[in-house]
Design a protein around this ligand. Structure first.
Ligand code: DGL
Length: 275
């Protein structure tokens, strides 16, 4: 008999917690295992090969813990590693398991947010260079114009807790002004990196009220709940005790301290090595 297991949620660091918290709200009875590769974050400036290698290690580690379904709650990993893992690795290592990303659900929903049909995507250098958002949105909504902006400083600002400083706000303002100057009709900004919702308060300071700022967590949670309704066989393999476990490749005590801030609750984390 197949053993039920938590849903795996992976990110390079803390950013995936913004997705996890929405998943827990939408699916309070499900169990989750969160894995943050904080020791090797950020992924955003790393090559395709390295992001793929690290992400595959994380996926295998979550499979070893029994997970049948994994969400890559990281745009960089979704952009650079997801397709290869789905097409080349899964058929060999675990054909009955599933790995899903965060870019496709947002591309599907984006049309519902924008009136002008001119949108901006803020992401890591890796996500922007991969053009994943541009390509996915073009496939689904060819009438939408997309402007992209790489914000390479934003993930380190979150990982190092430096975002609430004048220096942090300088970088946030610079990227916001830059993306807004690319298209005067832009009315929607997607936070195309799961770390960025943690910066929302700072981001909103520099974005006019007429422009919507969209975080991915709720979208991903809604789409995952729909996916599980369509795939009852997978839903049946997910354990349901309302428990979340946390693993980090860094020091678990500092992870607990910081994650508790982002999640607004105390958590307990364990160390895990990826190789
Ligand atoms: N949260 C990851 C993302 O969504 C951050 C990537 C990084 O580590 O640079 O892209």
């Amino acid at each position: 008999m197949i053993k039920k297991a938590p849903i795996g949620v992976f990110d390079s660091g803390y950013g995936g917690l913004t997705v996890l918290s929405e998943l827990r709200k939408a699916m309070p009875d499900n169990d989750f295992i969160y894995l943050g590769d904080n020791a090797r974050a950020p992924y955003g400036t790393r090559s395709f090969d390295v992001v793929y290698e690290y992400t595959l290690q994380a996926v295998k580690s979550l499979f070893d813990q029994g997970c049948h379904l994994i969400i890559l709650a990281c745009n960089t990993a979704s952009a650079k590693a997801l397709r290869t893992i789905q097409q080349n690795d899964l058929p060999k290592i675990a054909p009955e398991k599933r790995v899903l990303g965060v870019i496709r659900p947002c591309a599907e929903m984006i049309d519902t947010f924008s009136t002008t049909k001119h949108i901006g995507v803020l992401g890591t250098s890796g996500t922007v260079k991969s053009e994943s958002y541009v390509l996915e949105i073009e496939k689904l909504h060819p009438h939408i114009t997309v402007s992209q902006e790489a914000c390479p400083m934003w993930v380190p600002l979150v990982e190092d807790n430096e975002f609430n400083t004048p220096g942090g706000e300088f970088f946030i303002r610079q990227n916001i002004e830059s993306v807004l100057s690319k298209d005067s009709e832009l009315d929607t900004l997607i936070l195309g990196c799961t770390h960025y919702p943690i910066l929302l308060e700072q981001i909103r300071k520099f974005v006019p009220n007429s422009v919507k700022v969209i975080a991915q967590g709720e979208i991903v949670a809604k789409k995952l709940a729909e996916y599980l309704k369509r795939h009852l066989d997978m839903a049946d393999k997910c354990s349901m005790n309302g428990i979340t476990m946390y693993y980090t490749t860094e020091n678990p005590r500092s992870f607990e301290e910081k994650a508790s801030l982002f999640l607004d609750e105390k958590i307990v984390a364990e160390h895990l090595d990826l190789k």
